[in-house]
Design a protein around this ligand. Structure first.
Ligand SMILES: C[S@@+](CC[C@H](N)C(=O)[O-])C[C@H]1O[C@@H](n2cnc3c(N)ncnc32)[C@H](O)[C@@H]1O
Length: 376
């Protein structure tokens, strides 16, 4: 039922009532979507249906508002009257009009909520055979370019000291494979609802292309390398972006003692010698906080992680000081997280739907428009 709108004050009051009722329903949706499991699907359906009704009420309300305005204009006896009437209506007209634009977007947000009512399970790693045709060729071409960029960023030959220390030279893991690991780790961390800035470390970072890349997924990234020449090159590279929340420094992985400061630790086979590599792996795992996400993309770690007390979540992503049973639980939860990787919103403007967008992004979902590629 729509109340009689016969004064501007009645319009204001009714606008506030509708807005408050919408916010209450948005809040119910947010409460449910914040849960990573056992969402009450009836609550989500019911709140969506109530919002459908409120949006229809808003259309009726807007028609009543414009009818009232026309009636009030008709009672104005002269131009002065008309101007002061329009002045009085100005703020209400602007507010209700803007809100109409927000209301018009409910359909997109409804779809976003719907996707999360029963989220689709997707594997953390895509089987390789799923990548084919154009996508495969483009991925390989992109990897080639990243290899070249890597060589341009780090033209330094390996130092004798690093070679004597059993270090591998700065041979980069391919860019697309690295993204697979980062994405898997990212979804896992969303499933765990980790709070606070997520800190990433590359142990043996060479000139730091991976450190910089990790910033697309995590809040802070650091890397260190034994080779002083690589570190110099890495510092020059990071200096190109003075907004990057990243740092590269010289350090030996075998003596470094601050592994516990990080949430994600990546090491891509830094050492040539197996004994040295084992010593490094032991140290990283021992000194890391329980539950630290480890990305160790090489075969030898796959055969050692259990002895080291780590659980394998999937592929080359592990959790330190974690049983396999617990790691399996986390994999299943992470598979229910969507695939969207958060980036700064294009518009800082908040709307009534923003809380839904916020919680959805924490679930790995965003509006379809957010996935659109730029058009040229
Ligand atoms: C295979 S490269 C990996 C480069 C980069 N992390 C990537 O994934 O593209 C290994 C790097 O580890 C470094 N490294 C080897 N042993 C190290 C040690 N004990 N401490 C620090 N860095 C080390 C090497 O100098 C080299 O840059």
């Amino acid at each position: 039922m729509h109340p009689q709108l016969d004064t501007l004050d009645a319009v204001r009051v009714h606008y506030d009532v509708l807005r408050d009722r919408l916010m209450t329903e948005v809040d119910r949706i947010v409460q449910e979507l914040t849960k990573t499991s056992r969402r009450n699907t009836s609550t989500l359906h019911a709140a969506s249906t109530t919002i459908d009704g409120l949006c229809r009420d808003y259309q009726t309300f807007m028609m009543q508002v414009s009818a009232l305005r026309v009636r009030e204009e008709a009672t104005c006896s002269d131009r002065g009257d008309l101007l002061s009437m329009r002045h009085a209506w100005g703020e209400v007209t602007a507010r209700t009009g803007l809100f109409q634009q927000e209301i018009n977007r409910w359909r997109e947000y409804r779809e976003l909520v719907h996707q999360q009512i029963k989220p689709k399970r997707t594997k953390l790693y895509h089987p390789d055979e799923k990548l084919h045709g154009n996508t495969l060729s483009q991925t390989l071409a992109s990897d080639d370019i990243f290899d070249k960029l890597h060589a341009m960023i780090n033209p330094q030959p390996q130092s004798d000291a690093a070679s004597d220390h059993a270090c591998f030279p700065d041979i980069g893991l391919s860019n697309s494979v690295f993204h697979q690991h980062l994405h898997a780790a990212y979804r896992l961390l969303l499933a765990q609802r980790r709070q606070g800035p997520i800190r990433f470390l590359d142990v043996g970072c060479g000139a730091g292309l991976k450190v910089y890349t990790a910033l697309r997924y995590f809040d802070e990234a650091q890397g260190f390398d034994f080779d002083a020449g690589y570190v110099e090159a890495g510092k020059r590279f990071l200096a190109l972006d003075n907004e990057a929340n990243a740092e590269i420094f010289e350090q030996d992985a075998l003596t470094y003692d601050s592994y516990a400061d990080f949430d994600v630790i990546y090491f891509y086979r830094p050492a040539r010698d197996f004994d040295v590599l084992s010593e490094m792996e032991d140290r990283i795992v021992d000194l890391s906080k329980p539950g630290t996400v480890l990305i160790a993309p090489y075969e030898r770690f796959s055969s050692r992680f259990e002895d080291l007390g780590c659980g394998q979540v999937d592929g080359h992503v592990y959790l330190s000081h974690t049983s396999q049973r617990q790691a399996d639980v986390w994999r299943r939860k992470a598979e229910l997280i969507g695939q969207y990787v958060l980036k700064d919103p294009e518009s800082p403007l908040r709307t009534i739907w923003s809380p839904i967008a916020d919680v959805s992004r924490q679930n790995g979902y965003d509006l379809r428009g957010a996935y659109k590629k730029p058009r040229y």
